[in-house]
Ligand binder design. Structure first.
Ligand code: CAA
Length: 414
């Protein structure tokens, strides 16, 4: 169930999606061009304020409303969904880990769309194992000096600010305690934009390598009040951002489904619309059902993130649900978008029809902000922990006893 504020923001996002995003989606995809016109429309509509707290120029509408915006945008273009959501990913380290004066300085400019931000965690050799960073952040008298390379930086080049994670304690390298986060401004000496990736999907948003060579930033830019907090900030950021990826996937699934459903009502074979053939009708029914199941889980995981912001005792539950929502919605999107191409048949495989783009855009959602293998790891750790509270079931599960000859028993015990 959504409330009136939720519906209002959803309608606002839908207006931008249908009037600005959808008409330009194919062109930006083909040219791999950043959609500046869309960014302006998002800033004008105030949607970039959605997740930023009111005290810092935002609307303080939290994770659920952020997801509703991302879903509506992604329904028209999955690339625009992430082009919007990545500003939340980049700014959460400041919201969750920044000092008061840092929030006052950086967040209002992001909320009003004057500045864009990105999240620089991954490296060529540190993807799923996010604590294995090799970017060094060393301290001078009043500066931090960054040396290293970053990979997969979404918004790279267009963003003005970069939340950069690296090692401030080399004796702990490879461990979470070694990591800190600093904010780096585009144009800082020693900060170079590297290779721009040529991508399968989400082509309207740039993904770059970032190079730091003796790049000095004021000591003031360290997020938080001491070093070593970076890994926790990164993990909490990802908990907040994963429902956004899930919403992107949900929007892609919904958008592809709508095209497939409409096409199936128009396309005639064997004397009738193909939706009347049971194989297609039932497929559309399954697509619709799985999308709705994903939607409920995504909204509920976002609500749980919002609840945990007010009540820290819910953080573990929120961490688990954010992973579950991301896992389920993105796998659903990959299945739905692939079947949408199937329903279009040969036309679906062609670039002058809109559905193949949904399939390409959906793929990355199973990979970034934690692969779905990592989401399963997160969920499985929770499941294992929760099993300890199920001890009361033991008396209902017969124990498995096997008689073992004494000679072997001694060997087994060794
Ligand atoms: N919130 C707060 N703290 C957390 C946490 C969370 N969600 N998860 C872990 N921590 C803390 C733990 O409590 C622990 O703290 P202590 O040392 O004080 O005990 C510490 O962090 C280490 O935790 P783990 O032992 O669980 O860490 P791990 O090394 O096993 O890693 C992981 C856990 C879940 C696998 C993590 O590395 C991970 O999420 N990997 C995936 C990284 C990822 O999502 N990268 C995507 C980058 S963004 C992107 O895709 C780019 C884009 O542009 C869109």
């Amino acid at each position: 169930m959504l409330d009136s504020v939720n519906f209002e923001i959803k309608e606002k996002a839908k207006h931008v999606a249908e009037n600005v995003v959808r008409p330009l989606a194919s062109e930006h995809d083909r040219k791999q061009e950043y959609p500046w016109k869309v960014k302006e429309a998002l800033a004008e509509s105030g949607l970039l304020k959605t997740w930023i707290p009111k005290e810092y120029g935002g609307n303080g509408l939290g994770s659920l409303n952020l997801c509703l915006v991302v879903e509506e945008l992604s329904r028209a273009c999955g690339g625009v969904g992430v082009m919007f959501a990545v500003n939340a990913l980049g700014s959460y380290p400041i919201i969750l880990g920044g000092r008061e004066e840092q929030k006052q300085k950086w967040l209002p400019e992001i909320a009003n769309g004057e500045r864009l931000i990105s999240f620089a965690l991954s490296e060529k050799m540190a993807g799923s194992n996010a604590s294995d960073l090799k970017t060094l952040i060393s301290k001078n008298d009043d500066e931090y000096v960054i040396n290293g390379d970053k990979k997969w930086n979404t918004n790279g080049g267009v963003a003005h600010y970069y939340s950069v994670f690296g090692v401030t304690n080399p004796s702990q390298v490879g461990k979470p305690s070694a990591i800190s986060a600093v904010v780096v401004e585009k144009g800082t000496d020693g900060f170079e934009l590297g290779k721009e990736e040529d991508k399968m999907g989400i082509r309207c948003v740039p993904v770059r390598e970032l190079y730091f060579r003796d790049c000095a930033v004021p000591k003031w830019n360290l997020l938080g009040d001491s070093e070593g907090k970076g890994f926790k900030i990164a993990m909490e950021t990802l908990d907040h951002a994963r429902p956004g990826v899930a919403a992107q996937a949900l929007g892609c699934a919904q958008g592809a489904f709508e095209y497939a459903s409409r096409f199936a009502s128009r396309r005639r074979q064997f004397g009738q619309p193909i939706q009347n053939h049971q194989s297609i009708g039932f497929l559309l029914a399954d697509m619709s059902t799985r999308i709705e199941a994903a939607r409920q889980l995504v909204y509920e995981s976002a609500r749980m993130i919002d609840a945990a912001d007010k009540d820290p005792s819910l953080k573990a539950k929120a961490n688990k649900m954010a992973a579950q929502g991301k896992l389920f919605a993105t796998d659903t999107a990959m299945w739905v978008t692939t079947e949408a191409v199937q329903i279009f048949g040969g036309y679906g495989f062609m670039k002058d029809y809109p559905v193949e783009k949904y399939m390409r855009d959906a793929k990355i959602t199973q990979i970034y902000e934690g692969t779905n293998q990592i989401q399963r790891l997160v969920v499985s750790r929770h499941v294992a922990r929760e099993a300890t509270s199920l001890k009361f079931l033991d008396s209902f599960i017969p124990t498995i006893d096997q008689w073992i000859p004494e000679e072997l028993l001694n060997e087994v015990k060794k």
